[in-house]
Design a protein around this ligand. Structure first.
Ligand code: AMP
Length: 184
């Protein structure tokens, strides 16, 4: 079973790890942030609607992101598995996903929480220097993470599908731990 949800604060290294492991396992890496950034570049209606939220470090409304994920998970290449990176980010999205995965017969999955201390996350984000990584926006994204997304850790722990991996190690060490999760 190669279906994984990657949780963790912005700057935890979710994107990098998800990309590396998706290539390694030959399954799609589905990043809602990447899909939204592409929509933004292409100025599609979705991109236009999402831009204001993204620029401020706010979450794009659940409905928009949920439609996007539904469309993506309905594509054929998801049969072999997937890594979801950046979704779900709210309990509403998690509930939606659970129903969607049942419909798709893809219910069995694992959730990996990449655990990284706050100060490390802030330092990494400032270093990364993406367009939406100004100090004010970073602060807001962390607030939003704590209030809206962090509750998912308990949500998935209660479902007993949560695995915690220490994200405060070298990239290679984290990758190795994640590979070990699959074999366990
Ligand atoms: P990321 O690349 O995952 O850090 O996402 C960048 C930005 O895209 C976030 O700050 C949000 O504005 C938006 N975004 C990405 N995924 C979601 C999601 N699941 N729900 C709401 N907004 C999202």
């Amino acid at each position: 079973m190669m279906r994984f949800i990657f949780l963790g604060p912005p700057g935890a290294g979710k994107g990098t790890q998800a990309q590396t492991l998706a290539e390694h396992w030959n399954i799609p890496h589905i990043s809602t942030g990447d899909i939204l950034r592409q929509a933004l570049r292409e100025k599609t209606p979705l991109g236009v609607q999402a831009q204001g939220y993204m620029d401020k470090g706010e979450l794009v409304p659940d409905g928009l992101v949920q439609d996007m994920v539904k469309e993506r998970l309905n594509q054929r290449d998801t049969q072999s598995g997937w890594i979801l990176d950046g979704f779900p980010r709210t309990v509403t999205q998690a509930t939606f996903l659970s129903v969607l995965l049942q419909e798709l017969n893809q219910s069995q999955h694992q959730v990996v929480n990449l655990d990284v201390p706050d100060d490390v996350v802030v330092a990494r984000l400032l270093e990364r220097g993406r367009n939406d990584d100004t100090e004010e926006v970073i602060r807001r994204r962390l607030e939003v993470y704590r209030s809206d997304t962090a509750p998912l850790i308990d949500y998935y722990r209660q479902q007993q599908i949560l695995v915690v991996v220490n994200g405060n190690q070298s990239q290679e060490e984290v990758t190795n731990e994640l590979k070990a999760v699959v074999n366990s």
